[in-house]
Design a protein around this ligand. Sequence first.
Ligand SMILES: Nc1ncnc2c1ncn2[C@@H]1O[C@H](COP(=O)(O)OP(=O)(O)OP(=O)(O)O)[C@@H](O)[C@H]1O
Ligand SMILES: [Mg+2]
Length: 410
Amino acid sequence: MINKKVFSDTKNRLIKINILVVSSFLIIFSMFTFLYFRNITYNSIDRKLEEEYEYISMQINKTSYLNPIMLNDPRDLVYIYKGDRLIYYTKSEYFDNIVPQEVNNNNLFFTYKSGNYTFREFSLSIDNTRIRVIRNIDSELFSLKQLLSVISIGIAFSIVITYFIALYLTKKALKPVEDAWNTQAKFIQDASHELRTPITIVSSKLQSLLTVPQNTINDEIETIADAMNETRRLRKMIKDLLSLSKEDAVIKLNIEKINIKDILSELYRDYIDISEMQNKKLQLVINTKNNIIYSDKIKLRQLILIFLDNAFKYTKDNDSIKIGLEEKDNKIICFIEDSGIGISEKDLNHIFDRFFRSDNIRNQDIDGSGIGLSIAKMISINLNCKLIVKSKLNEGSRFEIIIPREINKK
Ligand SMILES: Nc1ncnc2c1ncn2[C@@H]1O[C@H](COP(=O)(O)OP(=O)(O)OP(=O)(O)O)[C@@H](O)[C@H]1O
Ligand SMILES: [Mg+2]
């Protein structure tokens, strides 16, 4: 499936980026650490060589072959020249008693290799006397090498750990996106499935008209009415789908001071005639003192209307419908109650799902597409409201909208 590939590609890309960023930081940091320690090591060797040089220069005039030069550090090798003549040198196992080769170099300090050994030399001539102080620095280099291997192992280990952490975090971060994507895909599948039914009916009705070209409109009035009913259903469904997708998106609320009692009274006036026509008893029950809230008036009205519409749809002759207000914990409870067909316990958990309709309602041929309550759910989330349903099959239903006095601005 396309989305599976998109997600696995994105996951891999994110993991790669994570590893790249972490490894670059680690490598740069380790490089600086290594260079810093290398610098410190060389500086300390050079300081010791210098000290040795000072110590030797102090002794140089008093020295005879019977009185050998004392060294600060017995590891140091010293070669003293008068002009071109070597006048003193320490015995060295490294050079097999051969004077180490001269390095033509203008630097005071320099490093060179002789055989398998590495040396650091400090060489300075003053008044025809040249002193070379040489030290084997293999142990220091060995420590630096060890530091380098520890750092390299550390980097490799950290990259492996980073890979697993990145894998976990990327999965976690992409989960909501993946879920939203799947919900959207399911929604499109369900919507197209639901839209197909009325379209099939309309096209089959039209086709049936083609088979009887001699008939008048009057003869086929029922078929035409059926087709028109379906187009009306189709139009309502498309309108509902649109409003659902609008609620789903980030919406801007128009918050204002509202008297909620006014909204209910208005709805009551709008529906009282319909209730009389349908032989139903509509009641308005206001049990609140303070009816002022701050919310989005149009959306709140739309929300209440969805429940009121259902109450009329799912009640029969002589049933009663009550709309009203109650107050609890500084919150307003707007309720819509009916003595209609009710909802079974099994269905109660699903009524807010998109396109859900109880089986008994589908069988009774009551118009609707099961989108109303999912729009209600979205609006209530946006308005910070809570929805509560109590219902018993064949006894009636009560829907409560718990409305905060003020919408929390996030
Ligand atoms: N007051 C009620 N009494 C009994 N059943 C109800 C009531 N309100 C909702 N239902 C059940 O919940 C289902 C979903 O309701 P919803 O309003 O989402 O869809 P609908 O009314 O079928 O279609 P529409 O999208 O046109 O509103 C209904 O089909 C019905 O089975
Ligand atoms: Mg409905």
